[in-house]
Design a protein around this ligand. Structure first.
Ligand SMILES: [Zn+2]
Ligand SMILES: [Zn+2]
Length: 331
């Protein structure tokens, strides 16, 4: 099979992902083999490429893979051969620790991750544990479904942790793949969405999706926010976003890695404001979100790339040039 392999971390400018021919992986007990049709490109992949999130190397990245089950390993009853499935970031949890036993498997300390600890979807085929794949919603092509599997679900978990209520004023800081999907959920909940972003094409996308305002300081309506989520990995956004919160409001940080957060005055937290770092997501989050995404329906704006162009796709993510979500196609 064709695969894009990372041997050594380096910025995407240096094209660290190399095209390789690999034998097809074999599903072990409890695993399935998937024919990958599309794999979303996530900012986390960029952090892995650049060594900010350490991975087992060599590694095939990619944790938003959508495709069809080709074969199942010993003991697997579901899914079955021919089923359309998606794979996300979490690949394994222990099921026994204090977090797993209290409905917080996203915090499991023994968790393993797709495209970090085991090979992911930047390839024609991959294996995954059967209990960590999701049926793809009806009516979604693999290209449309792929960005839902991390950008979509993590955005949804961020909205939940932000405590946003129907009709509330929601601030989104950074407007990439995850934010444009979260916006569609928030609008379905009749929220007012304020998109804080510097890129003109991101503002345009936000307005087209239905944001009441999109900008970066100039002509800022200055409304106090009932909840906010930051999506960009820029620590300097945190005090800016906190300063916009109403009393009792929460800022959820949707990032696995972030540059240092500048110091800020306690006044930004006083008034029972909260700050939370969103970490992974549970299978329940994924199931809830995929069901909701099918019902709304959430439509990802995607920019397709050939599998071989993974370095270019990551470079465009790094530069904030992608409108919506970048997706690698194997076909
Ligand atoms: Zn655990
Ligand atoms: Zn991701």
């Amino acid at each position: 099979m064709r695969a894009m392999v990372l041997e050594r971390p380096a910025p995407p400018e240096e094209k660290p992902l190399e095209r390789a021919e690999r034998p097809d992986p074999k599903p072990r007990a409890g695993e399935i083999l998937i024919e990958v049709e599309a794999c979303g490109v996530c900012r986390t992949d960029l952090h892995i490429l650049e060594g900010e999130v350490p991975a087992r190397l060599p590694m095939i990245p990619g944790h938003q893979a959508a495709g069809t089950v080709l074969a199942v390993g010993e003991g697997v009853e579901r899914p079955a051969g021919g089923d359309r499935v998606g794979v996300g970031w979490m690949a394994y949890t222990c099921g026994a620790c204090r977090f797993c036993r209290s409905g917080r498997e996203n915090l499991c300390e023994k968790a393993a991750f797709t495209g970090r600890d085991r090979d992911g979807g930047y390839a024609e085929r991959m294996t995954a544990r059967a209990e960590w794949v999701y049926p793809l919603p009806e009516g979604f092509s693999p290209k449309e479904a792929a960005p839902l599997l991390c950008a979509g679900v993590s955005g949804y978990r961020s909205l939940k942790l932000s405590g946003i209520r129907p009709g509330g004023r929601l601030g989104l800081f950074g407007f990439g793949a995850s934010a444009h999907l979260a916006t569609q959920v928030a609008l379905h909940w009749k929220c007012e969405v304020y998109a804080f972003t510097r890129e003109e094409h991101h503002r345009e996308l936000a307005r087209r999706m239905g944001a009441v305002w999109a900008g970066a300081g100039e002509d800022d309506p200055g409304a106090l926010l009932d909840a906010a989520v930051t999506f960009a990995p820029a620590g300097e956004l945190v005090p800016v976003a906190l300063a916009r919160l109403d009393r009792g409001a929460t800022l959820a940080i949707n990032a696995i890695h972030m540059s240092p957060i500048p110091s800020f005055s306690y006044d930004s937290l006083y008034g029972e404001r909260r700050l939370v770092g969103v970490t992974n997501f549970t299978r329940r989050d994924a199931e809830e979100f995929l069901e909701l995404a099918a019902r709304i329906p959430v439509r990802a704006s995607t920019e397709p790339f050939a599998l071989e162009d993974a370095n270019e796709a990551l470079l465009r993510v790094k530069r904030g040039e992608v409108r919506g979500a970048a997706v690698l196609l194997t076909g």
